[in-house]
Write a protein that binds this ligand. Structure first.
Ligand code: DC
Length: 219
């Protein structure tokens, strides 16, 4: 790989997105949210109302899947069959379905090339669950960001725009999703052996990015 690839893995709500955005700005490279791709698959499952647990039916959907990122004012926007779906993929229903359907090996392999193709030509910060372990084992720098569950739930709760929101529900859903993501057979959420682990429980976004830059500049 001739490009500089930085991977940031970790559970939901650990701060990966804000940290990845700021780090990519500081480094002058792009930022890729790979969770959006899994959310894109979940969006299509719901839109087409298919039984994704049936491997043949899921295969049919994946064959026709046309997901890609386009650059818009310095950020990547997720398109499905030419339509911008980024405004529809952040609901709790999509979060849970993305977590369940991402356990399918077929889904993971369908999304592999999209991710690796971006990395071929551009320096990037990639955020996800298996960036350092599976998708980019040769990455230049690997980070694993984590935090206590109650803090992660509170951060997610504060970000939510919904009028009716329930902190204990957010925390419960997060716990279920963490379990699914880390216990699945294929590409489970875990730190790569050579990843630098950062606990963000008591750190601000700026402090986390500062730590990352220290490692990057030191290397
Ligand atoms: O990062 P996120 O919360 O938007 O991701 C949604 C789901 O997608 C997550 O619960 C698990 C799955 N995912 C994955 O399996 N591998 C990735 N690299 C990114 C996300």
């Amino acid at each position: 790989m001739n490009t500089r690839i930085i991977t940031i893995d970790g559970p939901a709500g650990a701060g990966k997105t804000t940290v990845s955005m700021l780090l990519s700005q500081k480094l002058g490279c792009i930022y890729v949210d790979t969770g959006a791709l899994y959310r894109g698959v979940a969006f299509e499952i719901l839109r087409q109302n298919i039984n994704w647990e049936n491997d043949d039916i899921l295969e049919g959907l994946l064959k026709k899947l046309d997901l890609n990122f386009v650059m818009e004012e310095n950020r990547l926007v997720l398109m499905s069959s030419g339509r911008d779906i980024s405004g529809y993929i952040r609901t709790p229903e999509i979060s849970m379905l993305a977590s369940s359907s991402s356990a399918k090996l077929q889904v993971r392999s369908a999304l592999l090339d999209i991710q690796r193709n971006i990395a071929r030509t551009k320096d990037a910060v990639f955020e996800g669950r298996d960036m350092g372990t599976v998708v980019f084992p040769e990455a230049s720098y690997k980070f694993f960001l984590y935090a206590d569950l109650n803090i992660r739930a509170k951060r997610r709760f504060d970000e939510m725009q919904e009028e009716t929101k329930d902190l204990s529900r957010v925390q419960k859903d997060m716990e279920i999703r963490d379990n699914k993501d880390s216990k699945r057979m294929s590409a489970p959420l875990k730190p790569a052996e050579d990843a630098i682990k950062i606990n963000s429980t008591f750190l601000t976004v700026e402090q986390v990015v500062e730590k990352m830059l220290e490692y990057i500049e030191k290397a």
